[in-house]
Design a protein around this ligand. Structure first.
Ligand code: OAD
Length: 244
């Protein structure tokens, strides 16, 4: 893809860039997104049945097993060129902040550092009552297994609907959005709050907003540049043209 020369120059000149990623960036790694009509997880499963504390209390085994299935997908997945392009972008910019809604850890697997994880990480486990982190639950009996410390049930360390986001991560993300000269929204439907507010905050603070997504989203009308296509293609191309 040929990019607007103004966008390429802007990236080269920017001292501060922030990027927000969503499920779309990991789709090319084989991890299903949430809201796409044919293939998204929420087309096949009801979030209220699987991704809430109430659902876990009602049927902990069902929820645990669903997350074990997703953990299996994640463990078999590898980062794709979109993830790697963001590692390279960090090397080119004075200050780069990567914020993700994804729980799959693929940015870190690609080599990104200091990733702000807004929705937790599916590879981590904690207990339901006290949030004790538990590293190895493989030997513990039960579905779900129980916390070795307080005996409450174990759950994935992800943010469920109705739960608060990790406070520090949220604060860091908002600060990055306010300070960014360029804010890039990648592979997210831009509808789940508070993450969806980040590009809008950046826009209001004067940032140039860039969207990378094959489809239009509610963010598209305010984005200064809409790059329509797959992040695994667009991001490496963008990097190549800005820093050949
Ligand atoms: P969605 O499933 O809502 O949106 C995925 C977006 O990725 C869509 O806009 C697609 O058009 C786009 N997309 C698909 N393939 C792509 C590709 N190869 N390159 C670039 N974009 C592509 O996922 P999110 O916006 O991440 O929350 O969803 C936000 C949150 O909703 C998730 O973090 C999760 C979910 O409920 C929690 O679990 C708390």
């Amino acid at each position: 893809m040929e990019f607007n020369p103004g966008l390429i120059q802007l990236l080269k000149d920017a001292q501060t860039i922030a990027a927000l990623t969503g499920a779309g960036i990991s789709k090319e790694s084989g991890i299903p997104t949430f809201r796409e009509v044919q293939t998204g997880l929420w087309a096949r499963y009801d979030p209220q049945e699987l991704a809430t504390a109430q659902a876990f209390k009602r049927d902990p085994e069902l929820v645990w097993e669903w997350y074990q299935w997703r953990r299996g997908l994640v463990s078999e997945a590898a980062p794709n060129p979109g993830h790697f392009a963001l590692v390279n972008l960090a090397k080119q910019v004075g200050s780069f902040t990567l914020i993700t809604q994804n729980v799959d850890g693929l940015h870190q697997a690609a080599g990104s550092q200091d990733v702000i994880e807004l929705h937790g990480n599916i590879t981590r486990t904690k207990c339901f009552d006290q949030h004790h982190p538990v590293e190895n639950y493989g030997e513990i009996e039960g579905l779900p297994p129980r916390c070795p410390q307080c005996k409450s049930l174990l759950r994935p360390d992800v943010v469920w609907f109705g739960e608060s986001l990790p406070a520090q991560a949220l604060e860091d993300a908002f600060r990055a959005a306010e300070q960014a000269e360029v804010f890039i929204s990648i592979g997210t439907s831009a509808v789940v709050e508070p993450a969806a507010s980040l590009p809008r905050i950046a826009f209001q603070a004067g940032a140039v907003v860039v969207e990378v997504n094959p489809d239009e989203t509610p963010l598209s009308p305010i984005a200064h540049h809409n790059l329509r296509g797959l992040s695994g293609t667009i991001l490496p191309d963008l990097l190549q043209q800005a820093w050949p």
